[in-house]
Design a protein around this ligand. Structure first.
Ligand SMILES: [Zn+2]
Length: 408
């Protein structure tokens, strides 16, 4: 039966190729909505564009308006479904994009089978793949007694706490889900693992004094330097190769930490700074426990601050758990087979260098993978683009994969 399903690869591809124009048009209309995050504007408008397309494709969209929060402008989730039954496969995407380098990136350009613009690779092109993949799965009767549930969230680029956090808090992710796919720009690989992220802002307080009476002040900048030094040493220690773990290739760092990516102090050059702050941003291997890393960082900071007699406060700007699904999991092997049937190559498994929304599903025990039509090396850059044929092939992978998982 599985073999038979994969034999449909050619037919499904042909069905998608007939829809090349409407798929390109949908991608262009998604790119044309400026969803740069930060700051996170026009999120409801983008959700409406996606929901209208889902309506046309028979994917029963429901637009969920979330309470305003922080800088996000009208945070919104789109949830859709096709098929019925309790056997679930999740497709998950995000409508926000990283800030542009040039405003012209918000005007999509279609040329020679390629669409250029912000979000084409990460991941509005992927959203087109997942929606048309779901439509093809229904068209080719691949759903049987199962269904695809689709989620489009609004703030993945700034940590997902609002959109995916809502899905989690509202129990909208069923732990019985058989698999989850998110069309991130994996460039032909399968992202079965993603690093966790922890971003801290450390603020030291001192006492202001005019330069003429500098000896009366307490220099918070000096405190900051002394607190930051041991953290930098910790960063070097964590960056050493992690050769002992079975999933890591030789030389894969345990963690990548940037100390002082942003920093600041003082009111003026002629005043002893009364406060100083710096950030610590880390990306951690799935085998590292972010909770204990946080405890260790906090202890190091508090200990040094105590030694130098400084007041310190620590703010968590971002915390995202890592994510990992075994590459030998049956759902992973089915994905390898499916990609092989469409692309004609055996994909490799990779760990994504950043955080992925797979974690919201993997946390519940659902095998979760990043796989999309975009390339990693162009996403977030000034020449971000996606090949239209790659978007259609990825849609075929999504459709066939559902057939594989639900026929098991
Ligand atoms: Zn993305």
């Amino acid at each position: 039966m599985r073999h038979l399903r994969l034999d449909q690869a050619g037919e499904i591809q042909a069905w998608l190729d007939e829809r090349a124009e409407e798929m390109a048009t949908l991608l262009e209309s998604l790119v044309a909505v400026d969803t740069q995050n930060p700051p996170g504007r026009n999120l409801r408008t983008a959700a409406q564009v996606a929901a209208e397309a889902m309506q046309r494709l028979g994917l029963s969209p429901e637009v969920i308006n979330l309470a305003p929060t922080g800088a996000l402008d009208e945070p919104t989730i789109v949830r859709g479904a096709v098929g019925s039954g309790t056997r679930l496969v999740y497709f998950h995407g995000h409508l926000d994009v990283v800030p542009v380098q040039d405003l012209r990136q918000l005007q999509p350009e279609r040329r020679a089978g390629r669409i250029t613009g912000r979000g084409t690779a990460d991941m509005k092109g992927g959203i087109v793949s997942m929606l048309y993949g779901a439509a093809a799965a229904r068209e080719f009767d691949l759903l049987r007694d199962g269904q695809i549930v689709m989620h489009l969230v609004c703030d993945e680029e700034t940590g997902s706490a609002v959109g995916s956090g809502y899905l989690q808090a509202s129990n909208m992710i069923d732990a019985r889900g058989l698999a989850m796919l998110t069309p991130e720009q994996s460039g032909g690989a399968i992202w079965n693992a993603a690093r966790g992220a922890l971003t801290l802002r450390v603020t030291l307080s001192g006492r202001e004094a005019h330069v003429g009476q500098a000896s009366r002040g307490v220099n918070a900048f000096e405190h900051m330097l002394r607190v930051a030094l041991p953290i930098e040493a910790f960063a070097r220690e964590m960056a050493r190769g992690n050769r002992s773990t079975p999933m890591a290739a030789d030389g894969v760092p345990k963690a990548m930490i940037v100390v002082g990516g942003t920093s600041g102090s003082g009111a003026s050059f002629n005043v002893v700074p009364g406060s100083a702050w710096f950030t610590i941003d880390g990306r951690y291997h799935p085998q590292e426990d972010i909770g204990s890393i946080f405890v260790r960082l906090r202890e190091m900071i508090s200990e040094t601050a105590r030694q130098v007699g400084a007041d310190v406060s620590i703010e968590v700007l971002q915390e995202a758990q890592s994510s990992f699904t075994e590459p030998t999991h049956p759902a992973a092997l089915l994905l390898v087979q499916t990609i092989g049937a469409v692309e004609g190559v055996v994909p490799r498994f990779e760990m994504c260098g950043g955080a992925l929304d797979t974690r919201w599903y993997a946390d519940l025990g659902i095998p979760a993978f990043g796989y999309g039509p975009g390339r990693f090396d162009v996403s977030h850059g000034p020449h971000e683009c996606v090949d239209e044929a790659a978007v259609r092939r990825c849609a075929a992978v999504y459709a066939l994969y559902v057939g594989q998982v639900l026929s098991g």
